[in-house]
Design a protein around this ligand. Structure first.
Ligand SMILES: NC(=O)c1ccc[n+]([C@@H]2O[C@H](COP(=O)([O-])OP(=O)(O)OC[C@H]3O[C@@H](n4cnc5c(N)ncnc54)[C@H](OP(=O)(O)O)[C@@H]3O)[C@@H](O)[C@H]2O)c1
Length: 261
């Protein structure tokens, strides 16, 4: 995720390579990042945090306690910490970072890897306008951003954080059904993938709502309507709703688990 953000930041000219210092424990990873993006690198995270105005935390939730504790000497109210760690609350980060350190909690998603991400950010109260504006530009370099209260971040996780996997599942199952209908696997995958990619592009370029787009494809008494009838009678709406609820519940459990762990 950090690499996706670096790539987006540089391609959108939000920052220049000289403005970024990437820290990681993995030297091979750092070498690669340096070769790809010409940004300076270090294995000394504390040094990176001391040198930086904005500190993006992009380690696994289980590593957050160790990492933020190690950075603590560098964390002052003048810095801004931006965390994308799933399930790690602002309260927990604040306890680790110390009082007065501005903390922005963000939930990005996988399409950030191709600069088409969807992020939701919870900003700390009273964050200075220039910091808000920087965070906004940073997140927009990887796609879209909305702002939410922190208590909605689990809901965001269940919709847009996990959402790409729901989409990939649908692509796979549509292709499988195509194979059952007599297509070769290659044909079925090409048809299913391009259908979703094209539909996503259409959705992003039209003013029409999802309902209008469905109506535009489904003529009365036609093939699409027959298929949609099966979705409706199989309670597709309820399946989606239960899946999102399960992700939401799990986000809450994981927050507890990473806190305990
Ligand atoms: N991937 C997603 O779709 C997604 C979506 C939303 C949010 N997130 C969040 O994004 C965060 C990063 O996820 P990711 O998938 O990018 O993880 P990742 O690929 O594991 O990247 C984390 C990097 O941090 C390094 N690291 C580990 N301990 C460190 C330390 N003490 N100091 C400095 N660097 C350290 C890791 O090195 P090693 O590999 O050697 O441990 C690894 O290179 C996670 O908190 C995740 O919850 C991810």
């Amino acid at each position: 995720m950090a690499e996706a953000l670096i790539s987006g930041i540089l391609s959108g000219a939000t920052l220049a390579p000289d403005d970024i210092l990437a820290a990681d424990v993995n030297e091979d990873r750092l070498r690669l990042i340096n070769q790809r993006y010409s940004v300076a690198t270090t294995t000394d995270s504390l040094h990176a945090a001391q040198a930086a105005e904005y500190i993006l935390l992009s380690v696994k939730p289980q590593q957050i306690d160790e990492v933020v504790s190690a950075l603590k000497p560098a964390l002052t109210p003048q810095k801004t910490v931006i965390s994308i760690a799933a399930g790690v609350s602002v309260a927990r980060l604040q306890a680790l970072a110390g009082p007065g350190v501005p903390i922005v909690r963000v939930m990005p998603n996988a399409p950030a890897l191709v600069n088409r991400g969807m992020s939701a950010a919870a900003l700390p109260p009273g964050l200075a306008d220039e910091k808000k504006s920087f965070v906004d530009r940073l997140l927009r370099s990887a796609g879209e951003v909305i702002y939410v209260d922190e208590d909605l971040i689990d809901a965001v996780t269940a919709v847009s954080g996990s959402g790409p996997a729901y989409f990939f599942l649908f692509v796979r199952e549509l292709a499988e059904a195509g194979v059952d209908a007599g297509l070769t696997r290659e044909m079925a995958l090409t048809l299913a993938r391009q259908t979703f990619i094209g539909s996503a592009a259409l959705l992003s370029e039209t003013e029409r709502s999802e309902d209008e787009l469905i109506q535009a494809v489904a003529s009365p008494g036609g093939t699409t309507e027959a298929a949609l009838g099966v979705f409706a009678s199989s309670d597709f709406k309820n399946i989606i709703s239960r899946a999102v609820r399960a992700a939401l519940d799990r986000a809450g459990e994981l927050a507890d688990f990473t806190r305990l762990g």
